[in-house]
Design a protein around this ligand. Structure first.
Ligand code: 0O2
Length: 238
């Protein structure tokens, strides 16, 4: 049985409590309870990642292609948690973190095609242990700067030795083209205080439009290929 070899090698690292050097001082002040809370968020992220991996495997068996190109997860750093609460004028305690921040745990699912974004989101939301808290469709209704993605905030249970806890996770689903634009825009502008001219903003917006156009063309091509495959299959069966 090639059992142990098949285990994802990154799991032990993921369950480790956070120890980034930049956050260590602040973390130490918060004590072990904060580290415990962050570990719970990490476990919730792992639950969601696994659910998407399972959906990807099932879909690939049925349709001979993978709807997921990559999954990236991140835990908000303590300093970023602290900044966000401070910006909102909320004191930073364990209770306020859990009550007010929905995106401490974030999972980003990069999909192959536009259609995959919705197929995967719907499949996840049909699972009976997932509760949808909020849904923002920036694909149907892009942000003013051109940003597109489907955002879900969900609550997912994690099963500990002697308790079951509901944890919030922010999920961003987007295509490869959407991710390309958002990643570069994040580097260039998002939340940076640098001077950004109207021309630069216009250029970024046009790039967003081009990426949306690319998604539409690739989706149309996918449909053609799938129709061809179906025709080929019918011919073979006759
Ligand atoms: P980071 O650095 O990616 O973690 P919030 O800002 O979360 O309190 P809001 O406005 O309801 O409240 O959040 P929204 O619109 O759902 O967006 C949250 C996340 O989406 C952001 O997280 C980004 O990751 C991403 N996002 C939203 N708008 C943009 C955008 O214009 N450009 C890019 N590149 N990403 C965007 P964070 O925590 O703000 O940032």
């Amino acid at each position: 049985m090639a059992y142990l070899e098949d285990m994802p090698s990154n799991i032990p690292e993921k369950v480790m409590p956070i120890t980034q050097a930049d956050s260590l001082e602040w973390l130490q002040q918060q004590g072990p309870e904060f580290i415990k809370l962050m570990s719970y968020y990490r476990c919730a992220m792992m639950e969601i990642e696994t659910k998407f991996h399972v959906l990807d495997v099932e879909y690939s068996l049925l349709h001979h292609r993978n709807p997921i190109s990559a999954i990236k997860s991140r835990l908000k750093t303590p300093s970023s948690i602290q900044d966000k609460l401070k910006r909102r004028g909320i004191p930073c305690t364990l209770e306020t973190v859990e009550k007010n921040l929905m995106d401490v745990a974030g999972v980003r699912v990069i999909c192959s095609f536009n259609e995959d974004v919705y197929t995967l989101a719907d499949a996840l939301l049909r699972q009976d242990d997932i509760t949808l808290i909020s849904r923002k469709d920036y694909i149907a209704d892009p942000k003013e700067n051109g940003y597109r993605s489907l955002h879900l905030i969900v609550s997912v249970p994690i099963f500990l030795a002697s308790e079951k806890r509901q944890m919030m996770v922010e999920i961003q689903l987007r295509t490869i083209a959407m991710d390309c634009w958002a990643t570069l825009e994040h580097q260039l502008r998002y939340k940076k205080n640098r001077q950004f001219t109207r021309e630069m903003a216009q250029e970024l917006y046009e790039c967003a439009w081009m990426s949306a156009h690319l998604d539409q063309r690739m989706d149309a091509l996918r449909q053609q290929v799938e129709q061809e495959d179906e025709r080929g299959q019918e011919d073979e069966n006759q």
